[in-house]
Write a protein that binds this ligand. Structure first.
Ligand code: SF4
Length: 344
């Protein structure tokens, strides 16, 4: 099956429409080992390095993809759209997802999804029926359910931070059809793991999406185990199910308002509420908030969210991190110190 790649920043892209069109969706994630060099020829370096790494990946891999979709997340998504189109010869699609979730925004969003469906039909000479969309939604829900059950095991068994990241990478970039069976097999495996290690402290992770292993390794090195999060390569992707009892495009609009919200959405209360509930559900005392350098949505939001969470009695640290494949010993030391002081 041909792959259709997409760039979004907070799980805004409607993967199910692409699946119903007969493609495997693949979230573009960049590669920290390759870096941002080729993209830096065309983009200012005050764009976040993750977005520049995504463009770097697209410049080298676009030949493998049937098309490229963008969904409006942070400013990097819409600012990049025109730049990518100027330098990559592929069919491009833009889904203008709203910043709010009120009635007007839902109406607007539904029209955008209808336009996207029509655009794919025109470009590829196909029909994307409601039946195909409903089938894609059912598959997507099976995947989300499998990921949710696996993620819940983080709090009970010895599943390290990197394994969780690798699971999410696989789910968002690989073929979808065989994924539910893969997840069932992994579930059997993870259920046999030893119990949660007593030497580690359970944490809630929030902020910019973590797409490369070094940050997860740094947390592990510091004795911090992520058992809850609200990341796009994490709970935002699987926490909510897409309704199956209403017309499929309307279901995608409803779903968009039901999952853990990213920092780009207003008002921010819903994001904060998710974090509070997640910490409370798993009896978590420590929160790791972080933003990638130049990631303004999470840097700005952190001022408010960390303040409120602190007032609720949670121990929280906020860090700005580099986009680097090197394990940063200073970061590990800061995390270790935070853990020690927070648990005194
Ligand atoms: S890291 Fe931040 S600035 Fe970069 S794409 Fe993600 S949300 Fe946007």
């Amino acid at each position: 099956m041909k792959t259709f790649a997409y760039f979004d920043s907070g799980h805004e892209f409607p993967e199910e429409i692409v699946m119903a069109a007969g493609f495997d969706p693949c979230k573009i994630l960049g590669d920290v080992e390759i870096g941002t060099g080729p993209a830096d020829e065309y983009l200012h370096n005050y764009f976040c390095p993750f977005a520049r790494a995504c463009f770097t990946e697209a410049l080298s891999r676009a030949g493998e993809w049937a098309g490229i979709g963008f969904a409006h997340g942070c400013d990097a998504t819409n600012r990049h759209y025109d730049v990518w189109r100027a330098h990559i010869d592929k069919p491009f699609f833009w889904v203008n997802t709203p910043m709010k979730i009120d009635a007007t925004a839902r109406k607007f969003h539904l029209r955008e999804l209808e336009n996207f469906r029509a655009g794919l039909e025109r470009e590829y000479g196909i029909e994307i029926s409601d039946e195909k969309l409903a089938e894609a939604i059912r598959l997507s829900n099976r995947i989300k359910n499998g990921l949710k059950r696996l993620a819940a095991l983080r709090a009970e068994h010895d599943i390290n931070n990197l394994e969780y990241l690798e699971l999410m990478n696989r789910a968002l970039t690989g073929p979808r059809q065989e994924l539910p069976e893969e997840l069932e097999r992994k579930l059997d495996e993870w259920q046999q793991r030893p119990p949660f290690p007593r030497a580690l402290e359970a944490v809630l992770l929030t902020g910019s999406d973590v797409t490369s292993p070094e940050w997860m390794e740094a947390l592990e090195e510091a004795g911090l185990r992520v058992v809850r999060d609200d990341l796009s390569l994490g709970e935002r992707y699987f926490r909510a199910a897409i309704p199956e009892d209403i017309p499929p495009l309307k279901a995608l609009v409803e779903y968009y308002g039901a999952y853990p919200q990213p920092a780009t959405r207003v008002p921010s209360d819903r994001r904060l509420q998710y974090l509070e509930t997640a910490a409370w559900e798993n009896d978590i005392r420590l929160v790791i908030s972080q933003n990638l350098k130049f990631c303004e949505p999470y840097a700005i939001d952190a001022v408010w969210t960390t303040g409120v969470l602190k007032n609720k009695g949670l121990k929280i640290i906020h860090l700005e991190r580099e986009y680097t494949p090197t394990l940063d010993q200073q970061v590990i030391t800061r995390l270790e110190t935070f853990k020690e002081m927070a648990l005194q």
